[in-house]
Design a protein around this ligand. Structure first.
Ligand SMILES: C[S@@+](CC[C@H](N)C(=O)[O-])C[C@H]1O[C@@H](n2cnc3c(N)ncnc32)[C@H](O)[C@@H]1O
Length: 195
């Protein structure tokens, strides 16, 4: 059982989750175009994929998507979508594959890394699975320095983990704007490449 299981049923109906995923996707397209990363035919990992709000955008263009999530209920929602679409190139996995020939050209993690037990170790594990030149992108609620128990990731922590994982061309900033509980939130977007 994962604490995330209980969110699986309603996740795709949550307007914030939908708006976040749509905005993350648009920000990914802008970044990929700016730095010259080709999504068409890419080998991708959607880490912490949930019900696959990003996977379903990636699947029509990518050559392969490994969609990884520890929540069985989240994976079940995505597995059903995958079967409906006949996406044989999408694998729904409960953990990262141990080894990968060639590595991923793109790893995305949308609203995941602030929730994992060990954020730097997870970033290192994702970085290890990138191909040379491959891109890691993640989006997270930004931590509020005045609310140490409020969760999220700080710009400094995001940058330190990417540097610690040996990645280069690091950028950490605001990804997009999304309405949340009567406010406009500006999640952090962090990106880096494997040398
Ligand atoms: C806020 S949801 C985001 C889901 C999806 N990325 C989206 O944007 O709709 C966080 C997801 O991360 C997953 N997750 C948390 N820790 C994880 C871990 N260590 N490994 C894999 N998935 C994890 C949860 O199960 C949950 O589905």
């Amino acid at each position: 059982m994962s604490e995330w299981d209980e969110y699986a049923d309603g996740w795709d109906d949550d307007p914030v989750a939908r708006a976040y995923a749509a905005a993350a996707w648009e920000s990914l397209l802008r970044l990929a175009s700016r730095i010259g990363i080709e999504l068409d035919g890419a080998t991708v990992c959607d880490f912490g994929c949930g019900t696959g709000l990003l996977t379903e955008r990636l699947a029509p263009v990518a050559a392969r998507v490994d969609a990884v999530d520890l929540s069985e209920a989240m994976r079940a929602v995505l597995a059903e979508k995958t079967a409906q679409h006949g996406w044989e190139h999408v694998a729904v996995l409960d953990r990262l594959p141990a080894a990968l020939t060639g590595g991923y050209g793109l790893v995305v993690a949308s609203s995941v890394l602030a929730f994992v037990d060990d954020h730097p170790a997870t970033v290192a594990a994702l970085a290890e699975r990138l191909a040379s030149g491959g891109l890691l992108v993640h989006w997270d609620w930004e931590a509020d320095p005045d609310d140490p128990d409020g969760g999220g990731l700080s710009v400094e922590a995001a940058r330190a983990a990417l540097e610690g994982a040996g990645l280069v061309e690091i950028s950490v900033g605001t990804g997009f704007e999304v309405p949340f509980e009567g406010e406009v939130m500006r999640p952090l977007m962090a990106a880096a490449r494997r040398p």
